[in-house]
Design a protein around this ligand. Structure first.
Ligand SMILES: *[C@@H]1O[C@H](CO)[C@@H](O)[C@H](O)[C@H]1NC(C)=O
Ligand SMILES: *[C@@H]1O[C@H](CO)[C@@H](O)[C@H](O)[C@H]1NC(C)=O
Length: 171
């Protein structure tokens, strides 16, 4: 389990709505893994918030701007490949505070920021999907198809991905 070390959020860390909260990690022996999907869940409530899909392993951090995520002290993050149903790591439990009760945060200025909103939901889709080029993996077939029918292909790929992701998560 030392393949992926999640440095932040730490156990009991306070995240807040209305600010960007920092996730950071150290990749260990995950040979061949260039990206992962990040999901957020609660111990007490079924369902997931799909934070971001195909997050490049480097830079090893990501900022999460939260809106309307219910306050609670039992949130945790899952680092997975939702397509093939593999889990790389789970963060310790952390808290989410209301925007009206926010604490100061220190986002990583060099890392991307994604926005999530609402409560964990079994039917939600990834808020952000990073493009294939972002993780350095060349997918010539995908690109060829995409250039012939850009909108349709992109939408189909996202929908299929989300359906698969949802099914795998439920399993
Ligand atoms: C998940 O695994 C599949 C099969 O190895 C791979 O094609 C895909 O890129 C992986 N997903 C991410 C987000 O890296
Ligand atoms: C502010 O957040 C803390 C920590 O989650 C919580 O214990 C407290 O009840 C919150 N206060 C209000 C007014 O929501």
């Amino acid at each position: 389990a030392a393949y992926l070390i999640i440095n932040e959020p730490q156990k009991g860390e306070q995240w807040s709505n209305g600010v960007a909260n920092r996730i950071s990690w150290t990749k260990g022996l995950l040979d061949g893994v260039n990206a992962f999907d990040i999901e957020m869940s609660r111990m007490s409530v079924d369902g997931l918030i799909y934070v971001a899909s195909a997050v490049p392993v480097n830079p090893p951090s990501l900022n999460i701007f939260m809106q309307d995520v219910p306050a609670g002290d039992d949130y945790f993050l899952l680092f997975v490949n939702a397509t093939i149903g593999v889990k790389y790591g789970t963060s310790p439990m952390f808290s989410v505070r209301a925007a009206s009760n926010a604490t100061a945060s220190s986002p990583d200025a060099s890392a991307p920021t994604v926005t999530i909103s609402g409560a964990p939901n079994p039917l939600s889709v990834f808020a952000t999907t990073f493009p294939p080029s972002a993780n350095g993996v060349a997918l010539p077939g995908y690109k060829a198809l995409q250039s012939s029918m850009p909108q349709l292909m992109a939408m189909t790929a996202v929908m299929v991905f989300c359906l698969l992701g949802g099914a795998m998560t439920v399993l």
